[in-house]
Design a protein around this ligand. Structure first.
Ligand SMILES: *Cc1c(COP(=O)(O)O)cnc(C)c1O
Length: 472
């Protein structure tokens, strides 16, 4: 399987290449050169298989010759029969006649990002071993990505991680999930400044010759194709349980960077009968404006009780626009240059119509979010986190508007455990969710992090001084 860049001029790479590269060298994002497709019979044959085995079947065509079937099997068993605290990995919970939750928070850091990052950590190690290389991962986080990435990399031999977070601006649970991981290859940097400052530093390091000539840098954000690929799997396992391929299923996805919902689009392209994908946003609704009126224009970020969805632009949306626009890299590059210059662009007719065929969108404000938390608790005795509540609120709204056939089950992706965001949950229902016992001593463990001044040079010099990896 070969991968091509959405901007048309970076070299095509195989799966191993795109996993280690992250972003394409022309600034674009990598996509498979064609979508593998399963027949109905092939989908039916996955029924009843354990999660790890569906993972092998669904991911196999994307990986091509980069791993043997035996290597992929060992990795999937390791990750999906070992690192998740639920035998199903991603269990379905029924709320009422039409609505279901897909619980994606049974991994080590209680958010769906573990499902992909646990796999990515092992893929990195396998490919680095083969190349006899080391990888220095540098990332910025406002919460969930940082802890999931640290847990995926801690203690590994060939990778190390420097994770920048804005000092005092991530929740206690989120900070402790990063800083209580004690491993020599984990470095937590609390930066004076905002998340945007931390992210700007990271971007600059990738373009700083002093860094890139000495270190082999790696990225763990959702521009990395391997993360999206891993997320396709749970669309298959959940739809199979609800009757696919003989019955269609709809999904409501709490969306920030458009990674998770794009994985649903991939599943549909592979032949899974998906009736509709609901893009649920909070008040930071650039995606809703793009999907409802074709206007993709950046606005300022408003902080909400769903911080993992507080985004200005959604990087993975470019993958959808490229695929729907006839896969014309030169045209995509021009469209994105226009967007970067004016912070606004209009979808083409092909893009808008292609998107409308599968996607619906719905913004959910904080009052509606709190109401969805209350409804799940009162109606089905389920305590849900605010991100999940945005998804459920959108699912209810579109079902009530008649946008989805009442006979079609709607699965809302439960992207975080409620105990990650206890204050918002307690305000909504008066009950404070407790951390699962497996992370119960989080507040008893010692933290380790360095506090750094907010300028770029301080962060860069720290990485250069403490990195163990080198290109030589
Ligand atoms: C990251 C995250 C999201 C957004 O996912 P995208 O793939 O960026 O759209 C939603 N909810 C939670 C809890 C998250 O951590």
């Amino acid at each position: 399987m070969q991968y091509v860049s959405t901007r048309g001029s970076a070299p095509a790479l195989d799966f191993e290449g795109v996993t280690l590269a992250g972003l394409a060298s022309d600034g674009g994002l990598y996509l498979p050169s064609e979508w593998p497709r399963f027949s109905e019979a092939e989908i039916r044959a996955m029924r009843g298989l354990p999660y790890w085995q569906v993972a092998v079947t669904v991911m196999r065509p994307f990986i091509g010759d980069s791993l043997t079937e035996a290597e992929l099997t060992v990795i999937c068993q390791d990750v999906y029969a070992g690192q998740f605290h639920h035998a199903a990995v991603a269990p379905l919970v029924q709320l009422d006649q039409q609505h279901w939750l897909l619980e994606l928070f049974h991994g080590p850091t209680l958010a769906f990002k573990d499902v992909a990052l646990q796999l990515l950590g092992r893929l990195f190690e396998t490919f680095l071993e083969r190349r006899d290389q080391r990888l220095t991962i540098v990332g910025a986080t406002s919460g969930d990505t940082g802890s999931a990435a640290i847990h995926a990399v801690a203690g590994r031999k060939r990778s190390e991680i420097f994770m920048l977070h804005p000092k005092g601006r991530v929740s206690d649970v989120q900070r402790r999930q990063m800083t209580t991981v004690r491993a020599p290859n984990v470095h937590n940097l609390a930066i004076d400044g905002s998340f945007d400052d931390a992210q700007a530093h990271v971007k600059r390091m990738f373009n700083d010759g002093d860094v890139t000539t000495t270190l082999n840098l790696g990225a763990v954000n959702s521009i990395n194709w391997a993360r999206l690929m891993a997320q396709v799997v749970y669309y298959f396992t959940s739809a199979l349980q609800l009757g696919a391929p003989d019955r269609a299923v709809a999904y409501s996805v709490p969306t920030g960077n458009f990674g998770d919902v794009f994985a649903g689009y991939v599943a549909a392209r592979m032949g899974l009968p998906i009736e509709r994908l609901i893009v649920a946003t909070n008040v930071n609704d650039i995606l809703h404006r793009a999907l409802s009126s074709g206007d993709y224009s950046a606005a300022g970020v408003t902080p909400t009780i769903t911080p993992s969805m507080d985004i200005q632009v959604s990087s993975n949306f470019e993958r959808l626009l490229f695929d729907l626009g006839g896969r014309d890299g030169a045209a995509m590059a021009a469209q994105m240059r226009g967007f970067e210059a004016s912070k606004a662009m209009q979808l083409t007719n092909a893009q808008a119509q292609g998107a409308a065929a599968l996607f619906s969108s719905c913004p959910v404000d904080q009052i509606e979010t709190a109401r969805a938390v209350q409804q799940a608790y009162q109606g089905a005795q389920q305590i849900i986190d605010p991100h999940t509540a945005v998804g459920l609120g959108a699912a209810h709204a579109l079902a009530a508007a008649g946008a989805i056939d009442p006979a079609v089950p709607i699965v809302t992706l439960a992207t975080a455990h409620p105990a990650k965001f206890p204050d918002a949950v307690e305000r909504a229902i008066g009950v404070r969710p407790s951390l699962p016992s497996r992370v119960g001593d989080l507040f008893g463990r010692e933290e380790s992090y360095v506090e750094l001044a907010g300028d770029y040079a301080t962060a860069r010099d720290y990485v250069l001084e403490y990195a163990a990896g080198s290109k030589a």
